[in-house]
Each structure stands twice: as C-alpha cells, then as structure tokens.
Design a protein. Structure first.
Length: 184
C-alpha cells in the first residue's frame, strides 16, 4: 500500500504564500531542493489542484542543459510521475502523463493508495486540505522558512485536529528547518 504525502515550504506563521500570493521567500536552495528530490523520488503520482499544477507544469518544458544537477534531477522525477489535476475549469493539460478529474473523491484516493506500488504526493493547500479533512495523509513534510508573512494562503486548513508522530527533523545552513511527521 502506498502512502499519501503532503509536503510544502511554509513560513514560520504557517503560510505557503503571502497575502499577495507571493512565495519568493520560499525558494529552496540546493541543500533543501536535494532533500525534496529524495523525498519525491518515491512518488508515482502527484495529486494537484489547478493552481499548483499551473505552477509545477513549468518542469515539463524547463530547458535542462543550463540547469544545475539538482534541478535536472527534480525535472526528471517530476516528468516520470503521473499527475492528476483536480479542476472544474481546466480544459486541457500541458504535460505528459497527466489527466484531469473534476472533483476530489476521497474514496477514489483511498483505492489509489491501496493499489499503488509507489507513493502519492498531494500538492497545493486547498487540495491537501481536502485530503487532510478526509484523514488521508500518511506523511507530512513541513519545510519551515525563516520568515513571518502575516497572512496569505495557509499550509493547513482550519478546524482539523490530528495527533502526529515526529519522524525526523533537519536544520539547513540557510536556516530552513524540515519537520517530518507521520499520522498516527
């Protein structure tokens, strides 16, 4: 059985983007990106909301020749995985191995987890919030950036409560901290 993993870079006050939608403060350095690569290497499928897909699809066509090795590695990981985009408005996709689902169905995701040989990763706080509310998240990877943004798009939804078990932590040279939790 595969796990469903939620990972994101968040501000110290729990936002993945500020009030204006900016997340330039969250750009990972080589050390953090390399850990992201290692975490996502186990993924067979990405689950995205439309907005997160529109951010991530750049990896499909990013010219790799001039990129550092850790960026080329991530592009290869991303391109090799299947992608499911949950959107009521997106008509077509612009990446290979990608399909659109009109609505998030927790039971369908449970069946995917049960039959998948590789992990599923959920990207985007709105879609992740639905998975969190349905109790589907098995692993949580929170990369805490050393910044307070005061509001914006939250990493976690309101009105949910889960007991988690700390599985690991790591401090990076650039002052970012990785917290890895498992659902109980």
């Amino acid at each position: 059985m595969a796990g469903l993993i939620y990972s994101a870079i968040t501000s110290l006050d729990g936002y993945i983007a500020d009030r204006d939608g900016n997340f330039d403060w969250a750009e990972p350095d080589q050390e953090v990106h390399t850990l992201f690569n290692d975490l996502e290497r186990s993924a067979g499928t990405y689950l995205y909301g439309r907005r997160m897909y529109e951010v991530m699809v750049a990896w499909e066509t990013l010219p790799l020749a001039d990129q550092p090795p850790f960026m080329r590695d991530y592009a290869e990981i991303w391109r090799a995985a299947d992608k499911i985009v949950y959107s009521r408005t997106l008509e077509t996709t612009s990446s290979a191995r990608t399909r659109i689902e009109r609505a998030f169905d927790p039971e369908a995701v449970r069946r995917m987890k049960a039959s998948a040989e590789r992990d599923l990763l959920v990207g985007g706080p709105n879609l992740a919030g639905q998975a969190i509310e349905a109790g589907l998240i098995d692993e949580w990877h929170m990369f805490v950036a050393p910044v307070v943004v005061g509001g914006g798009i939250r990493f976690l939804p309101d009105d949910v409560r889960f007991e988690l078990e700390l599985a690991g932590q790591r401090h990076f040279a650039g002052s970012m901290v990785h917290l890895h939790y498992l659902s109980r």
